[in-house]
Design a protein around this ligand. Structure first.
Ligand SMILES: [Zn+2]
Ligand SMILES: [Zn+2]
Length: 324
């Protein structure tokens, strides 16, 4: 199974490999005050430069899986995707305030988003600052939350978008749709939507790389005499030419009838494997005919030459010593 990422957007690329840390989760979080707090206390920074946190956060990336037919992987397709994501609230346009109202400056921190406390420690007096509990560090509060989104600035909704699946995708291919993921809180930008492709198994054709493979039954007599057999391919009916003396496992290759190369041009091949069928349930007349044939070929008592099933380890070893 191959795995690759296709970017579908004309906008500047933003690659996102891991979800970003939630705001405020950075650094020495759990201890009550951070290294920078201590440094601020020593060098007089006093935490004045940081200011309140922004309410707008980038939305989460979303991943959906899409199953397609092998034919769609060969030629590409357009698929309608129905997804449940968060979109910007239409009532408050993302700021979370009821129409006609706005954000109020936090009374506790006066809009700074953090409160300072002085602590005694073995270092002397240390001034620490921590996010304001009242406004969660935003410096402002929503006194009249939007009734549609409860102040979050976004609502969940179901929407349908048309995805152009490029020819050549395989199971595991991920298509990135920029800014089609969840909209962030507080009017923040949307994350990206990733669509992971799964190609459904086909009853006839198996894919290996960009080649397609299938088996076709060839009666023993036809294999011996040579024959032409019809095959329905994704490109319509084709004739398969089996030469006289076709052996089990011999292949007929139809060039360029495989899967389209995802990167670059052209297509793989369609490779048809001969499955030579030995007849069963012969009538007396058929047995007589075959015995006559065997007699003509001097095969009434075949010698039965023996060969290994495959080379394997010992075979390779023997080959290696043959040259010595
Ligand atoms: Zn709203
Ligand atoms: Zn506050």
């Amino acid at each position: 199974m191959r795995s690759c990422l296709i970017l579908i957007s004309a906008a500047p690329t933003t690659w996102v490999s891991t979800p970003s840390l939630p705001a405020g989760a950075a650094g020495f979080g759990g201890a009550g005050f951070s290294f920078s707090d201590v440094m601020d206390a020593f060098f007089g920074g006093a935490a004045t430069g940081r200011g309140p946190r922004t309410r707008a956060h980038r939305g989460q990336d979303a991943l959906v899986r899409l199953q397609i037919d092998l034919r769609d992987a060969v030629f590409g397709a357009e698929e309608d995707l129905t997804i449940d994501t968060a979109v910007r609230c239409g009532t408050c346009h993302g700021d979370g305030c009821q129409p006609g109202t706005g954000l109020s400056t936090c009374a506790m921190c006066k809009g700074r988003g953090e409160v300072q406390t002085v602590q005694r420690s073995f270092l002397g007096q240390v001034m620490t600052s921590r996010p304001c509990q009242n406004c969660h560090g935003y410096g402002s509060t929503i006194s009249h939350p939007c009734f549609e989104c409860s102040g979050e600035g976004r609502v969940r909704t179901r929407r349908t978008l048309t995805l152009k699946v490029p020819a050549g995708v395989d199971s595991g291919t991920r298509i990135q749709l920029q800014s089609e993921g969840e909209v962030g809180t507080g009017g923040g930008p949307a994350g990206d939507l990733y669509v992971e492709i799964a190609v459904a198994p086909h009853p006839t054709f198996t894919r290996r790389g960009d080649d397609l493979h299938c088996r076709i039954e060839v009666p023993m007599t036809a294999a011996a005499l040579g024959t032409v057999l019809p095959l329905d391919t994704f490109d319509g009916a084709r004739d398969l030419d089996f030469a006289p003396g076709t052996q089990p496992g011999d292949v007929v290759t139809l060039r360029g009838l495989g899967v389209t190369h995802l990167r670059g041009t052209g297509r793989g091949d369609l490779i048809v494997h001969a499955d030579v069928q030995t007849p069963t349930k012969l009538t007396e007349a058929q047995q007589d005919l075959l015995r006559q044939l065997a007699a003509l070929r001097g095969e009434e008592r075949p010698v039965g030459r023996v060969a290994p099933t495959d080379k394997g380890f010992m075979g390779k070893l023997r080959d290696a010593f043959k040259g010595v």
